[in-house]
Design a protein around this ligand. Structure first.
Ligand SMILES: Cc1cc2nc3c(=O)[nH]c(=O)nc-3n(C[C@H](O)[C@H](O)[C@H](O)COP(=O)(O)OP(=O)(O)OC[C@H]3O[C@@H](n4cnc5c(N)ncnc54)[C@H](O)[C@@H]3O)c2cc1C
Length: 570
């Protein structure tokens, strides 16, 4: 028997269960009984919107952000749009600028093998199976949405610096438009692409005109506040978040989402045969990744349509945004926080679109601390992105932006017990199980497991950060390494150096042990007051905790690997 629980019910007095796909309202006490008796059964939370509802929400959003007035196209020739971490059509300025500057646009996505290699220091998979599956879904959705706008998506397997010049030459593109990134792996690729395009010589038809090289046009587009609107140069960013936030809130405004024309076509007709047609979206197998079934917890579907559906559900259907500030520290269920992060990280959702929806909600329903707090958190996201400009590669280095010198352990057995959820501390083990099963973990959970790894175990924080890089659906180098440096006490702001006590966190955020019982079947039958202190009924590897361990054991294999890769990363 498979039990399906409707997502909207996790904090309501009634939970709803869909038994064999039929929705049946179940009172909360009964659900607890069913949960414990179902301990061996897969228990899947499904989003409430049906596929049809999601499609109609997306259609409505597309209607609002497209306009038939936008039919002026000043350019001639062909422009390429290079999609990277901006897998959306709405509020995509690179796409709009490419369209406006040309007579035909060719959208391109490069499946870069480097993104499916290994992480920099410790050799974990760079993209885990769950994020790879999510990316595939994003590409399917992007291709469909582009086709609805009169375009298509060319998918090529290989390095952008090799693909884009070849494609530009074949179709005679005068420019490649893309969104600007800030971290070294991504900016290095930008430099390589720029160099590659300089080698492409396009004839301009007339004998007395100089030949042209296609230009790489990089556009800022991933933040709420535009980099050019900041009241300071990003390199002089305040080191305290509150100063940054107050300054941008008082001195800048957020630009409106860009409106797209109703139709973005046509795609160029010549030259595509030369590059072998439109290509195919890769399967997991082609990426060399084994499928992982997510049969517990939140299941995220990749793509812009799913992102718009989730936003509609969270804001308009369930009215959850009005209580966000009170629920955002939750651990269990889909609705304690927005869960926008996987779509924001892949660029399927624009933060400016979220901002406009918050403002619309405040106008049409209500404005309170909670509606503001969603923006407050999005400003944190901006802050980490701008910090990556200020501090460059130091956010990836062991001493962080403040170049703190301390001794860390790299003990493999301690690290593996954390990674695999075998520490013997239910709150840690449950969070790590959730991460590896779903690719997601709450913000509260992330802070707790980070503190445990670096403070209680004394393990090199970069091991944790790289494991997150593998697993997280919402992995984003700026937010991930920014938060880890804060958690490890090596971040730019010394005041953010905090310790999370496990018993205290358990008592405050999971008082009845519902969260740990959900993820650790072996403690489901225990009375709630024992779930965080299960004793002999939960024998894992109980980790001997050592604050600030002194046993630094570098792994020789990894050190060699990291030397080999040093020209590429950081
Ligand atoms: C150790 C650690 C690693 C993290 N790694 C990542 C990461 O790789 N990618 C990522 O997007 N977030 C990361 N975060 C931040 C945060 O945990 C997630 O953004 C959040 O849990 C996502 O859930 P949500 O969308 O429901 O967030 P909500 O609470 O609904 O917040 C709304 C949005 O605000 C942004 N946001 C919220 N908190 C933060 C924060 N602390 N830093 C940056 N942005 C924030 C996110 O874009 C989020 O989607 C990390 C936090 C920690 C402590």
């Amino acid at each position: 028997m498979v039990l399906f629980a409707s997502s909207h019910s996790s904090f309501s007095p009634f939970k709803t269960l869909a038994l064999n796909r039929k929705l049946i309202p179940v009172p909360r006490p009964l659900l607890a009984v069913m949960l414990s008796s179902a301990s061996k059964q897969p228990f899947v939370m499904v989003p409430d919107l049906t596929a049809d509802q999601t499609a109609s929400v997306s259609k409505e959003a597309f209607q609002r952000y497209t306009s038939s007035d936008l039919n002026r196209r000043n350019g001639s020739g062909v422009a390429i749009v290079w999609f990277r971490n901006d897998l959306r059509v709405l509020d995509n300025e690179a796409l709009l600028r490419a369209w406006a500057s040309s007579a035909a646009v060719l959208p391109v996505y490069c499946v870069d093998p480097r993104n499916f290699g290994t992480t920099h220091y410790f050799g974990f998979p760079k993209t885990g199976a769950i994020r790879a599956q999510f990316l595939i879904e994003c590409l399917v959705d992007l291709k469909n949405n582009l086709m609805k706008q009169g375009l298509n998506l060319l998918i090529q397997h290989g390095k952008p610096e090799e693909i884009l010049p070849t494609v530009a030459k074949a179709i005679g593109a005068h420019a490649v438009y893309a969104h600007k990134e800030t971290c070294s792996e991504e900016t290095l690729v930008e430099r390589f692409v720029h160099k590659g395009l300089q080698q492409v010589v396009l004839s301009r038809g007339l004998p007395n005109q100089k030949p042209l090289n296609p230009k790489l046009q990089l556009i800022w587009g991933s933040t709420l506040y535009h980099k050019d609107d900041l009241p300071f140069d990003a390199r002089n960013l305040p080191d305290v978040y509150t100063q940054f936030r107050k300054s941008v809130e008082s001195k800048c405004s957020i630009r409106a989402c860009c409106k797209l024309p109703l139709s973005l076509g046509p795609c160029p007709s010549d030259g595509l045969d030369e590059i072998g047609g439109w290509g195919t979206i890769p399967s997991l197998e082609q990426l060399g990744i084994h499928e992982r079934k997510c049969d517990q917890g939140m299941h995220f579907v990749g793509g812009e349509n799913a992102a718009l559906g989730r936003l509609h559900e969270y804001f308009w259907k369930k009215d959850l945004v009005k209580v966000y500030k009170e629920t955002r520290n939750g651990l269990l269920g889909p609705d304690y926080s927005t869960k926008f992060s996987p779509w924001l990280a892949s660029g399927s959702l624009s933060p400016r679109y979220v901002y406009e929806e918050v403002k619309r909600y405040e106008k049409e329903r209500l404005a309170n601390d909670s509606t503001y707090w969603v923006l407050f958190e999005l400003i944190w996201r901006d802050y980490f992105r701008f910090l990556s400009i200020k501090y460059g590669n130091s956010i990836f280095h062991i001493g962080g932006p403040r170049r703190i010198i301390s001794t860390w352990s790299q003990d493999p057995s301690l690290f593996e017990s954390w990674r695999d959820g075998r520490t013997g501390y239910p709150l840690i083990d449950a969070n790590m199980k959730e991460l590896s099963t779903t690719g997601f973990m709450s913000n509260r959970g992330r802070q707790i497991v980070c503190s445990f790894l670096v403070r209680d175990m004394g393990i090199d924080w970069r091991m944790g950060a790289e494991w997150f890089e593998t697993c997280l659906l919402d992995y984003d180098p700026c937010s991930n390494y920014g938060n880890w440096t804060y958690g490890a006490g090596v971040g730019n702001d010394p005041r953010e150096d905090r310790y999370f006590s496990i018993p205290k966190q358990a008592k405050t955020y999971d008082p009845d042990g519902e969260y740990v019982a959900y993820w650790l079947p072996e403690i489901q039958s225990l009375p709630k007051e024992r779930r965080h202190f299960p004793g002999n009924s939960y024998i894992k590897q109980i980790v001997p905790l050592k604050f600030g361990s002194t046993s630094m054991r570098p792994n020789p294999v990894n050190s060699e690997k990291s030397r080999q890769r040093s020209q590429y990363r950081r």
